[in-house]
Design a protein around this ligand. Sequence first.
Ligand SMILES: [Zn+2]
Length: 113
Amino acid sequence: MFPSCCSCCPNTHIDFNCIFQIFGYLKPRDLLHLARSNKALRSFLMNRSSAFIWKKARNSFEPPFPDCPPDLSEPSYANLAFSHHCHRCLKFTNTRVLWQFRARYCPSCTTLM
Ligand SMILES: [Zn+2]
């Protein structure tokens, strides 16, 4: 059973198989948003045992997105590739991935490097 997110919604217990089925249809960016929505989902999605969910989401693109580099976790890879916030100033703006630095920066922060 998936844990309740808070005491005010005790009827949110859902079977893990249902969670896996639902999450299997999501894109990596959707999973990132879910992982940032509450502690229970974050704990569940950031756990290494949930890596297959991220991998399935990543492989839902045609052609499939490249495999996760060995130095990154699946959620870190998704954050780098699919989130649009600058890793330095945290602004949601026009950013680009600097793969060699494993970071995503906006133009202002890129010039500060
Ligand atoms: Zn920035």
